[in-house]
Design a protein around this ligand. Structure first.
Ligand SMILES: *Cc1c(COP(=O)(O)O)cnc(C)c1O
Length: 466
């Protein structure tokens, strides 16, 4: 049998642990994890040598250096899996895979100043006694939406489960067939209802449901009429669905409750930006909804949270339910929500909240910014063009609204678009763009202005030729 390219010179784990590379990694991961990684590296090298059945005769030094390189590579791949900032140049404002809404500066400050050490989370500073958790954020939320009361939980999915469980477990909840949607990430309304113990009573047809369909479905056992915003899905053409006001009236005439899951929802009228289909939370409340749920990190632009607003009695039923204890939000969430909601209260939301700022950037502003940025790109390998295109709202909100934008189209003299994509994705910080017709595209709408210098440096330095 032939010796496979110097298998006998394969370094031991100990030898590898004594290299400079290993020492550097040890400082980051500790010795136990490093030893595991070193085992993987040596094992990978052994397999490579056997599989390649290489005739090359590697020296002891060659193999040690190969093992070091593998160790470094495995370590880097692992590190890329930890949470880290990326530059979002996709133009998708609420990018679910990139963490949805970015935080405002004020929100970051609020965490550091108010919630990072001890805080008055459940302590009343006026009386020195136990205080109500999240009271300030909930009061702000109620004030801004015109609701009697509010409650905050971990995310909107949790809010839906809490509402359905507390208000209709064992009884019937009526929903239109056109609203039995999957929101994404396996969150399906019919499944959530089944989990909550509510009996789903479907009415109407996919494209049309009338108020009389709901009316006919009401029985002794009905507890709730539910309206779900279809979010990432649109039925267009021959459609009909009753208004919130009509549904709330019908529910109240029959002594049952009306619940709307608005999904993203909007605290401000966003019709100017094409978002007229996003339910305005304050309108749902004034139209009589007993309870409305929506997300904290979609168009609200704050943090993962489930916001619940509605009638005092209904909200108190939710607060007292045992499930609330399992779904309640953290002090960090309250601090961020307070900061963001204050922005809405002071009517400064469009200046302070990144999601709304990005949404409201005009095509002209982006073009000017893009031209200025492109002039600073100095890389002879690249061919740069500015083309017009579309940004995307994302986060399952308004799939039909695509704000016009300017895109930086990049082609490289040696690399195809997917290679450019890979190099930028692996840069530090990673830059995420998109590919269209073999062009790599960057949209500055979702790039923070203070990230431009970094982005420029990456474009100028990392896209070298072979
Ligand atoms: C996004 C969405 C949810 C889930 O919200 P999360 O905050 O992601 O849990 C629920 N319902 C609707 C209609 C949605 O659009």
């Amino acid at each position: 049998m032939k010796s496979s390219g110097g298998l006998r010179f394969l370094p031991s784990i100990n030898e590898l642990l004594n290299t400079e590379t290993a020492k550097k990694i040890e400082a980051e991961t500790g010795v136990n994890h490093l030893t595991e990684t070193a085992r993987t590296a040596v094992e990978t090298l052994r397999r490579e040598l056997i599989e390649n059945n290489s005739k090359e005769n590697f020296s002891r030094e060659d193999l040690l250096s190969k093992a070091e390189q593998l160790l470094e590579k495995i370590h880097q791949v692992e590190r890329r899996k930890s949470i880290r900032r990326v530059i979002n140049a996709t133009g998708v404002i609420i990018h679910t895979n990139l963490g949805r809404a970015p935080l405002s500066e004020n929100a970051v400050k609020a965490i550091a100043e108010n919630a990072s050490r001890y805080c008055n989370l459940e302590y009343d500073l006026d009386t020195g006694k136990r205080g109500k958790r999240g009271a300030a954020a909930e009061n702000l939320l109620a004030e801004i939406t015109g609701a009697e009361s509010a409650l905050i939980v971990n995310n909107c999915a949790a809010a839906c489960i809490l509402v359905l469980t507390a208000l209709s477990k064992g009884g019937e909840a009526i929903v239109s067939r056109g609203e039995l949607v999957e929101i994404g990430g396996d969150f399906r309304i019919p499944d959530v209802m089944a989990e909550s113990g509510a009996i789903l009573k479907e009415v109407g047809a996919t494209n049309r449901t009338k108020i009389s369909d709901y009316e006919k479905a009401i029985s002794e056992n009905t507890r709730l009429i539910v309206k779900v915003h279809p979010s990432n899905y649109r039925i267009i053409g021959f459609t009909e669905t009753p208004s919130v006001a009509d549904l709330a009236n019908l529910a109240h005439q029959n002594n049952i409750l009306f619940y709307e899951d608005a999904g993203s929802g909007a605290l401000l009228d966003l019709s100017k930006y094409g978002l007229q289909d996003e339910p305005l939370i304050s309108r749902s409340i004034s139209d009589g909804a007993d309870v409305v749920t929506f997300s904290g990190d979609k168009l609200l632009g704050a943090i993962q949270a489930g916001l619940i607003v509605g009638k005092k009695e209904t909200i108190e039923t939710l607060r007292k339910h045992a499930l609330y204890r399992a779904l309640r939000a953290s002090k960090i969430t309250y601090a961020i929500l307070e900061s963001v909601l204050e922005g809405f209260q002071k009517e400064k939301a469009f200046e302070k909240i990144p999601v709304l700022k990005m949404l409201s950037m005009t095509e002209d502003e982006i073009l000017k910014r893009t031209k200025k940025f492109v002039r600073k790109i100095k890389n002879d390998n690249l061919n740069i063009e500015i083309i017009s295109g579309k940004s995307v709202i994302g986060g399952g909100s308004a799939p039909d609204v695509q704000p016009p934008t300017s895109l930086i189209s990049i082609t490289h003299k040696d690399f195809p678009a997917n290679k450019i994509e890979q190099i930028l994705r692996e840069s530090n910080p990673p830059v995420i763009g998109r590919i269209l017709e073999d062009k790599f595209l960057l949209d500055l709408r979702t790039v923070f202005e203070d990230e431009e210098a970094e982005l420029l440096e990456i474009l100028n330095k990392s896209l070298n030729s072979l």
